[in-house]
Ligand binder design. Structure first.
Ligand code: NAD
Length: 295
């Protein structure tokens, strides 16, 4: 039985936030106070938790932070107006519209309305193009950026490694695959998805396996090559009567059976989640640096 390295996202995120703190002090000395606006439409409980912790981290770092909470009935036009106003607000360097919005909102149109210079989620087509082009002036989506940072800080080499990413979303899977195959990483990458054939067989090829699906404990022990590094992006709420909340969080990986086989693995919670927020703060600092003040 092997003892894997637990990739502790909490402590790596804390170190990233310390770097951010130093950079905030430098920006403040130049008269720039980094500002992040987080827009939440509706009452999705998980989104509320994420928005709350983003606002707390902003406060902790000394950012200017604006939380815009809108009712679920907010129309597309009303939301577009909020985005346009934030685009024009000189105190705001980063704008994040919490996903998923209610079903009547066309999320794609909202993303396209963002000023790409303030798109700290990295979802605007201009930033997607910069990611493909490996242009560092673009914003890299926070979750895959956090996964790469976790690998880098943990001394895990991706160069020449077989990496398998399960999931092809624009938020995680696709940008993750682009980062892994990019010239700073040099992995050989396979992207698997809901129509992939023989998913367990594909996963067994992986030296580095990234699960970003949203299905609790889908990746089983016999899907994983012994000695692999496993990054579990999934955050799933599963009913648990023993918890006060009535649920517990679990990843996309069956941790108990997979962990003993791995060289390294992320826990859920406490793995990728804290890294996502830390990279959001880093992206907001990048926006503040690039835009300067006044914008
Ligand atoms: P998504 O629903 O947009 O995409 C899921 C992907 O999984 C799709 O591309 C789909 O093709 C693939 N998929 C679905 N069923 C599959 C199956 N049976 N076999 C193989 N592939 C399958 O989700 P997302 O936004 O990419 O998020 C994925 C997970 O990551 C969710 O649990 C989400 O909560 C979590 N997440 C975590 C963080 C974090 O900070 N840790 C951030 C974003 C998302």
């Amino acid at each position: 039985m092997n003892t894997p390295i637990i990739l502790d996202g909490k402590s790596v995120a804390a170190a990233v936030l310390d770097e951010c703190r130093a950079e905030v002090a430098e920006l403040l000395a130049k008269g720039i106070k980094p500002g992040l606006a987080v827009v939440l439409v509706g009452e999705d409980p998980a989104s509320k938790v994420y928005v709350g912790s983003k606002a707390r981290t902003c406060a902790d770092l000394g950012f200017y932070s604006l939380k815009v909470e809108l009712p679920a009935e907010t129309t597309q036009e009303e939301l577009l107006k909020v985005v346009r106003d934030l685009n024009a607000d000189p105190l705001i360097h980063g704008i994040l519209v919490q996903s998923p919005p209610p079903r009547h909102i066309n999320e794609e149109a909202i993303i396209r309305a963002l000023d790409p210079r303030k798109d700290v989620d990295g979802f605007h087509p201009e930033n997607v193009a910069k990611l493909v082009l490996e242009d560092p002036s673009g914003f890299v989506p926070c979750t895959p950026a956090g996964c790469m940072k976790l690998l880098e800080v943990s001394g895990i080499s991706t160069s020449g490694a077989e990496a398998v990413v399960i999931g092809r979303s624009m938020i995680v899977g696709k940008p993750m695959a682009l980062l892994l195959v990019g010239k700073n990483s040099n992995a050989t990458v396979t992207i698997a998805h809901s129509r992939s054939k023989d998913l367990p067989g594909i996963c067994r090829r992986a030296d580095i396996l990234i699960a970003a699906v949203g299905r609790p404990e889908m990746v089983k022990g016999d899907w994983v090559k012994p000695g692999a590094v496993v990054i579990d992006v999934g955050i799933n709420r599963v009913p648990d009567a023993t918890k006060k909340s009535g649920y517990r969080l679990t990843g996309d990986v069956a941790y108990e059976e997979v962990a003993p086989l791995c060289a390294a693995i992320t826990p859920v919670p406490g793995g990728v989640g804290p890294m996502t927020i830390a990279m959001l703060m880093k992206n907001t600092l990048q926006a503040a640096r690039q835009i300067g003040t006044p914008c």
